[in-house]
Design a protein around this ligand. Sequence first.
Ligand code: NAP
Length: 256
Amino acid sequence: MSDMTGKVALITGASSGIGRATSKAFATRGAKVVLAARREVELATLASEIEAQGEKASFIVTDVSIAKDVERMVAHAIETFGRLDYAVNNAGIEGKIANITDLSEQDWDRVLATNLTGTFLCLQHEARVMLAGGHGGAIVNVGSVNSFLGFPGGSAYAASKHGQIGLTTSVSAELAPLGIRVNLVCPGFVDTSMHQRLRGLLGDEIVDKILSESVHTRRAGRPDEIAQAIVFLCSDEASYISGTTLTPDGGFTLTV
Ligand code: NAP
């Protein structure tokens, strides 16, 4: 994959799971990385690990559902490293898992504010600085197989992830003519803290049954496997790919 030396990548939800692995994958290719999430200690630890490998990293505590935080996050990337080439809008929560009759408006709002409004806010501020920079860019939003599939008990999550498809295709149509590609990566089961919380709620037996019967690879993905898909979509090798979805799910959505 192409060398990313001299480029700058911003990753939200960098404090754990897929975002953490993606930050390391960009740094391994030589990109300077800006790490954003709410937990400062985790961000600082990751930044130190990346710096220890001889790459450049900076972090900023950010809540993606707050417009001022997102504006500050993008400004921090420019102030620190002078440009923004790649952005990964990965921050997300599953929220309360409950049937629609037991879901409060606050439960719904919290998930939509993080997963959908957060993606909107990030796209808006990232696009502004990329356009001002005048050297194009690439943005990857992180959806889910629930961008296509319903999730009984997770209607807010599925609605927010479905919404990211419309957001991604629309914004790609606006930005790709101006040199900024926008895509959506839709992972299946990936072994992160979110996956472990889901196991706790659904039970190991149910999750293991799905993995062994409906996932072609017969296992959950690793965060670094999703990171590779994200970095690929940002790379020059993906120069003709915009407005679409890539589904690293081990084949799950083809048989479910
Ligand atoms: P994770 O380990 O729980 O990571 C979620 C990340 O999002 C954390 O870094 C968290 O950091 C950050 N985050 C949550 N709310 C935030 C907010 N308001 N502002 C800023 N950052 C926030 O889970 P993950 O599996 O890596 O999830 C990453 C993305 O992949 C999510 O969008 C998720 O929906 C998607 N996904 C995951 C799976 C899976 O099976 N794991 C499958 C499909 C899609 P802080 O708590 O520090 O803020």
